[in-house]
Design a protein around this ligand. Sequence first.
Ligand code: FE2
Ligand code: FE2
Length: 199
Amino acid sequence: MATRTKRNGKSSRPSAKPKRKQALKPRKDVPSAISLLKSDHREVEHLFSQFEAATSSARKRAIVQKICDALTVHTTIEEDIFYPPARAALKRAGEDLMDEAEVEHEGIKWRIDILKRMKPEDDLYDAEVKVLSEYVKHHVKEEERELFPKLRISAFDNAGVGEKLAAGKEKMTGKPVKVEPSLLERGIEALVGPSPGTI
Ligand SMILES: [Fe+2]
Ligand SMILES: [Fe+2]
């Protein structure tokens, strides 16, 4: 319950700072936005290759469930947390790219909905998974080859947004987010010391 204090006999109100606020420690284990999103991309690619090797219906169903869950979390945190500041950082130069990314997400979510209603025994099940993987591959290529490089040379707050993405992902999955820094990040850190996440 909030504590209440009285000042000069006037009306009481919750104390603005009942005790000294503890400084928030920056979480060193939190990846930058781009590292976190790239790690998600690799995870989904891995799941699609696991599906290609799967033979039993049970295994296929389990992998597709993981793919759908991972893509749902990824598209949600991108749309809610990543795309708005990315759009703001790139301004008009990134307008078309950001619009395309959002439309591509709609396509991915539409295919996920179809897949969720299917069974591995259905005739077109494997084809649906393949088409979803192609959609995702195309979208990931655009993000990694066009969007991320543009953001790296913009005012985009890679560290700050990374922290928010990690929090959003942890909230959705209930699991802690841990991403190994990329070779590029490690190289720059070795040269100039720990960065605030501007990679
Ligand atoms: Fe992505
Ligand atoms: Fe995306």
